[in-house]
Each structure stands twice: as structure tokens, then as C-alpha cells.
Design a protein around this ligand. Structure first.
Ligand code: PBG
Length: 342
């Protein structure tokens, strides 16, 4: 019998490949045994939208299954998170348009909606970390993350306001402040100010590599900044999707300035960035599965085009494989329920 030279075997018998990767995949127990990554409830951070007035209880357009909550609703969601074992929630406010102005003054008001929400959460004494976004976009009349002057976002003046925003949130009881604004030097400035004010234990999760992405659309609707931003874009401060080395430089700066965790955002189109960041720095690295990613999975699923549950679990597992330590995902509660059920 003719033998293939590629599968030369010292044993007699028919031609065969000596290595058959399928052997390990043949049974469920074997697949479980050789599985390299696992999604756990400990990997989840649940982003929540807080509002007051008419927006409460309303579903976010393009985010089926995601609702804005009033403060009491946020406390209920946090109780649900605690019951499911989700380690942390991240708060994002929808601000009354009447409270918006060009410099986002309401962001630094120590009695603003997020501060009041944090105080209510603290009173509930739940074993859930409270992460608060640092950026001006929910508060500015132009929808940008910083102060706009003569058509430009002014860096250092914005940083001074972000520092004030971080201080009022830390004072209210935020466990983690998460600057998502992409101004230069804001991590160091916030760290120093927090330390000076006695908030040494408040952690900083830096949105270190945040891209100017089209996948934030539904979020901007959820917080109400879409209408303010209009056709504007954030390309003078958020990163160019073409760049990868630049992400490493951003992460290096944020870690040197005192970031405790770094984030890559968006998630799924940027798995290579997550991998490089984790491999290069070995620091706690989070991924943000953003609103547009959620919307895509939900839209295809609701059309019957994909199995939404499987796609959701696969996408989240892929973040773990890429090197993420945790994932911000609007699916957090749904996934935690599935993981709990086994
Ligand atoms: C604001 C902010 C954005 C997101 C989180 N924080 C939007 C933006 O930068 O325009 C997006 C989150 C999402 O799309 O789910 N600084």
C-alpha cells in the first residue's frame, strides 16, 4: 500500500496523521479539561444609566433591554448585581438639558445626580464597587468631553475641571473614578488631588486607549449627548482606529501617572490592542464592550439572524482570551444569571 511521506509512521498500518487535534475535542469532558479560558461572574462590570424625571424607566433607543433608572432604580440594580455576585457597576448620567452649559458646570456640583446616586448606593452598603465616569460630555451643551474654545478642546483647563469632578465623586463615596475623556495628563492630576484630599484609597481606572469610534452611538443617545454633539466628532482627543503603538504609549503614560487599571475601548474590534496592552504591561486590563457592540448583537438576535445568547457568551469569552481581566458589558446581569444557572 502506498504511504504518504507526510505521515510516515514507525508502525505498520494505514496512512494516518499522528497528531489529531480533534481527539481532544471529541467529548464534553475532554473539551472542558483542555479549555484555556473561562468567563466568570468576577469578570463583569455592569454599566448603568441614571436619570431623573421623565427618562426613568425608559428603554434606550438601539439598546433593547437597557433602561435608564432613577436613583431608586439604580439602588435596586445594584442590589441585583450584589445578589448575582457582579463585582462592580459603572454609572453614567443622563443630564437635564437645562443644566448643560459650555464648560459642564454641573459635573463639578457636589449635589449633582451622580453624587446623589453614589450617596444613596453607599447608604445601601452593598458589596459592589461603584465606578464613576470622569468626563464632561454628559454635562456640556456641545456634547464634548472637555471645554470647547474657538473650535478646540482646551486640554489643561479641562483637566482642572476633571480634577474637581473626581473630587466631588470621591467625596460622595465613589470607589473608582474612571476618566474617559482622553485629555493629556489627567490621571496624574487626579491622583495628586485625590491624595491631597485624603482619598488615597480611591482607585483610578483609566480609559487609556479609547478610540474615536462609531460604536458609541447608542450610548450618546442614552446619556443625551448625541443631540448636543451633532455632526461633531472627538478625533482631536480620542485615538485614531488605525493606531496600535500609540495605545501602548497612552497606557504607559497612564500607568506612570498612577492608574490602577487600564481600559481599552471599544472591545471587539480592538482585541489586538487588549492583547498587546496585557502582554506589554501585565497591569489589570479591562475591555469595554460598548453600546454599539451590544446593539449589533441584539439587533441580529432579534431579527433571528444569530443566536444572541451564544454570540454574547462567545464575544465575552473572546475578551478573556485576548487578555482582559474584566469586561464592562451591558449584558452583565444576563450573563451572570446564565453563569449562575451553570
Ligand atoms: C464619555 C463616554 C462615552 C462612552 C463611555 N464614556 C462616549 C463617548 O466617548 O462619546 C461610550 C460607552 C458606550 O458606547 O457604551 N466620555
Amino acid at each position: 500500500m502506498a504511504r504518504s511521506p507526510f505521515f510516515a509512521s514507525p508502525f505498520s498500518g494505514p496512512t494516518f496523521p499522528t497528531t489529531r487535534p480533534r481527539r481532544n475535542r471529541a467529548t464534553d469532558w475532554s473539551r472542558r479539561l483542555v479549555s484555556e479560558n473561562r468567563l466568570s461572574v468576577d469578570d463583569l462590570i455592569w454599566p448603568l444609566f441614571v436619570t431623573e424625571g421623565a427618562g426613568a424607566g425608559k428603554e434606550v433607543a438601539a439598546m433593547p433591554g437597557v433602561y435608564r433608572h432613577d436613583i431608586a432604580g439604580i439602588v435596586e440594580a445594584a442590589e441585583e448585581a450584589a445578589g448575582l455576585g457582579i463585582p462592580a457597576i459603572a454609572l453614567f448620567p443622563q443630564t437635564d438639558p437645562a443644566l448643560k452649559d459650555p464648560t459642564g458646570t454641573y459635573a463639578v456640583d457636589d449635589d449633582n445626580l451622580v453624587c446623589r446616586t453614589v450617596r444613596a448606593l453607599k447608604q445601601a452598603r452593598l458589596p459592589v464597587g461603584i465606578i464613576c465616569d470622569i468626563a464632561l460630555d454628559p454635562y456640556t451643551s456641545h456634547g464634548h468631553d472637555g471645554v470647547l474654545r474657538d473650535g478646540a478642546i482646551v486640554n489643561d483647563e479641562t483637566v482642572a475641571l476633571l480634577v474637581q469632578q473626581a473630587l466631588v465623586l470621591a467625596e460622595a463615596g465613589a470607589d473608582v473614578v474612571a476618566p474617559s475623556d482622553m485629555m493629556d495628563g489627567r490621571i496624574g492630576a487626579i491622583r495628586h488631588a485625590l491624595d491631597d484630599a485624603g482619598h488615597q484609597s480611591v482607585q483610578i481606572c483609566a480609559y487609556a486607549a479609547k478610540y474615536a469610534s462609531a460604536f458609541y452611538g447608542p450610548f450618546r443617545d442614552a446619556v443625551g449627548s448625541a443631540a448636543n454633539l451633532g455632526q461633531g466628532d472627538k478625533r482631536t482627543y480620542q485615538m485614531d482606529p488605525a493606531n496600535s503603538d500609540e495605545a501602548l504609549r497612552e497606557v504607559a503614560l497612564d500607568l506612570a501617572e498612577g492608574a490602577d487599571m487600564v481600559m481599552v475601548k471599544p472591545g471587539m474590534p480592538y482585541l489586538d490592542i487588549i492583547h498587546r496592552v496585557k502582554a506589554s504591561f501585565g497591569a489589570p486590563t479591562f475591555a469595554y464592550q460598548v453600546s454599539g457592540e451590544y446593539a449589533m448583537i441584539q439587533a441580529a438576535s432579534l431579527n433571528g439572524w444569530i443566536d444572541g445568547k451564544k454570540a454574547m457568551l462567545e464575544a465575552l469569552l473572546a475578551f478573556k482570551r485576548a487578555g482582559a481581566d474584566a469586561v464592562l458589558t451591558y449584558f452583565a446581569a444576563e450573563v451572570a444569571k446564565i453563569l449562575k444557572a451553570g
